[in-house]
Design a protein around this ligand. Sequence first.
Ligand SMILES: [Ca+2]
Ligand SMILES: [Ca+2]
Ligand SMILES: [Ca+2]
Ligand SMILES: [Ca+2]
Length: 227
Amino acid sequence: MKTILAVVCILFFVSVGIVPVEAATVNTLVLSEIFYDRVGVDNQYEWIELFNGTSGVIDLSGWSIGCGGDDYADGTFQLNGTIDPAEYLVFGGPTSDPSNGNPIYSLAMDINPDLQNSGAIADGIALFHNLASSITATTVPIFSVIYGITNSSNLIDHTGSVGTVNVGDAPAGQSIEFLAGDDGWIINPSPNPGSGSLSTVPLPSAVFLLGSGLFGFVGFRRKVIKM
Ligand SMILES: [Ca+2]
Ligand SMILES: [Ca+2]
Ligand SMILES: [Ca+2]
Ligand SMILES: [Ca+2]
């Protein structure tokens, strides 16, 4: 009996321990992948991917993206349309071919000025819940990524303070991708515009059901042995 209980307990805690690792969840709108440096000319091949980590449809008309540079006001882009829960949306281009991962654009637009290609001086891209026309050097983003070696431009993050560098500089032809959790941002050698591994909702319900089922099993075994 003790052996059975021990095995059940181990199974339960192992299961609970595994679930949060597998679920790379986010609970807001995020920048999920960025392709800023193609092999060769970047203009008209760059793209930015968003992921809606909330449980509701988001109207993007109040959201914008800023890129820099010295600060996020160097280039600002107004978003529009809607993004469904757990949906990936790609905008940029408008050109799509194997050299930039064959993106299908929800918003086809020439990102202008082109996205910074980083290097020793890190650059940044930020997501704002503001109209693009209102973005200034001091507007605090909802979400951001700082990529490169050193944030010597003092780009800020969602706290309003100077942010830490999130990821290195992706080689030409590769992207930077947000995986959430402990993985954070990575350099992705195989850009995957329009898809990814993020999910919207944590799995407390699944953990609860699994846990209650196992505890129910323990209770059942006890009852059988008493009889
Ligand atoms: Ca290039
Ligand atoms: Ca461009
Ligand atoms: Ca570029
Ligand atoms: Ca992706």
